[in-house]
Design a protein around this ligand. Structure first.
Ligand code: ADP
Ligand code: TYD
Length: 207
């Protein structure tokens, strides 16, 4: 298969940090962008999303979650992401493999090596650019739970879990400076969007 042409941009961070808002604001600025999300982003993956995000927080083991998130991601990649990149379009994705690395790999059991192996085997695609939106989990949790989306399985795991996630994402950014940019999330949405747009413009038209 030929190398993808379009730019693949992902948004990561704890629940309620503003990823969806910023992904949408960025998509509004880029003509012909494909805005998508995980888990989900293709009809099959959206069905898996419902299995993952609703019901008892203890419904799945971390191992089963890794398999379900990876199955959803593989379908999303085949049906939505790769076709769009091959058509030269910018793909903006609200969460991707880094979420599995941090949520399943780093927080519940020492499963990071399993996450990475499964990723290499079944996904093998990294973003060109990843925005990690960083903020205080107390405020983010208030924002997130205020939405009452009915998909709060992970948010219901509590504040200590969100603190662990925050540090996991910051470590990941430190380990992958070539693609990760940490963005301070406790600012007005338009101010954050302007910083993100400038970062994207710098990568699209390097001087
Ligand atoms: P995420 O996708 O990271 O869970 P959302 O973009 O859905 O976060 O935002 C969570 C909630 O916080 C939403 O109600 C949204 O309107 C609000 N929100 C998003 N960004 C900001 C911001 N910069 N300042 C204040 N509230 C925000
Ligand atoms: P999302 O809808 O982005 O939640 P939020 O808007 O609250 O940030 O994602 C749903 C939940 O799924 C979120 O709590 C993070 C979790 N998740 C994982 O645990 N692993 C993954 O690989 C992905 C993509 C999401």
């Amino acid at each position: 298969m030929a190398a993808p042409d379009g730019m693949f941009i992902t948004f990561e961070g704890i629940d309620g940090s503003g990823k969806s808002t910023q992904a949408r604001l960025l998509a509004d600025r880029i003509p012909d962008a494909v805005l998508t999300r995980e888990p989900g982003g293709s009809p099959g993956a959206e069905e898996i999303r419902a299995l993952l995000l609703t019901g008892d927080p203890a419904r799945w083991s971390a191992e089963t979650e890794i398999l379900l998130f990876t199955a959803a991601r593989r379908d999303h990649l085949e049906k939505t992401i790769r076709p769009a990149l091959l058509a030269g379009r910018t793909v903006i994705c609200d969460r991707f493999a880094d979420s599995t690395r941090i949520y399943q790999g780093a927080t519940r059991g020492d499963l990071r090596a399993a996450v990475d192996r499964l990723h290499d085997l079944m996904i093998g695609q990294e973003p060109d650019l990843t925005f990690i939106i960083d903020m205080d989990p107390v405020l983010a949790l208030e924002r997130g739970l205020a939405r009452r989306s009915g998909e709060d399985r992970f948010e219901e795991m509590g504040l200590a879990f969100q603190e662990t996630l925050r540090h996991g994402f910051l470590h990941l950014a430190h380990d992958h400076p070539e693609r990760c940019v940490v963005i301070a999330g406790q600012r007005p949405p338009e101010e954050i969007a302007a910083e993100i747009a400038a970062q994207v413009a710098a990568r699209m038209e390097p001087v």
